[in-house]
Write a protein that binds this ligand. Structure first.
Ligand SMILES: [Zn+2]
Ligand SMILES: [Zn+2]
Length: 139
């Protein structure tokens, strides 16, 4: 039986379950992912369409389809703005923002995509010192 995962937005108003398998897991460095997430890259996994079920707050989910794009969409909690899953505009897959999954596990990232669009500061970030939460809380 395929593993079932649970996810939620930051405020907890929206909760969902997703059934694997994860077809692909990409870090996407395109400018649309960077701008709409505010971070270096999107981290999305894809499952067969229909494998995501909202168990709470589905009516709170707001969706934005980028008008001049064929496929690009975002779905997010209208209360806290956290990305949540959505079905692709062609209906083929459900797109799941990996950071919203609660019981995540270790897994291979299939690829960095749109690598040539990555932020100019991304590579430098990989070289930065790594501090744990415990280290940060010392004074
Ligand atoms: Zn929320
Ligand atoms: Zn992207």
């Amino acid at each position: 039986m395929a593993k079932e995962y649970q996810g939620s937005c930051l405020c907890g108003a929206v909760e969902y379950t997703v059934k694997g398998p994860f077809l692909r897991f990409f870090f996407c460095h395109c400018s649309r992912c960077r701008r709409s997430s505010g971070t270096a890259h999107g981290a999305n996994t894809f499952v067969r369409a229909g494998n995501v079920t909202f168990t709470r707050g589905k009516e709170q989910v707001k969706r934005f389809n980028l008008p001049d794009a064929e496929q690009f969409s975002r779905a997010f909690c209208s209360e806290c703005g956290s990305p949540v899953p959505y079905q692709s505009r062609d209906g083929k897959v459900d797109v799941v923002p990996m950071g919203s999954i609660t019981n995540f596990d270790a897994r291979k990232v299939d690829a960095h995509v749109f690598w040539d669009s990555r932020a100019a500061w991304y590579d430098a970030g990989l070289e930065a010192p790594r501090k744990t939460a415990a280290e940060l809380s010392k004074n």
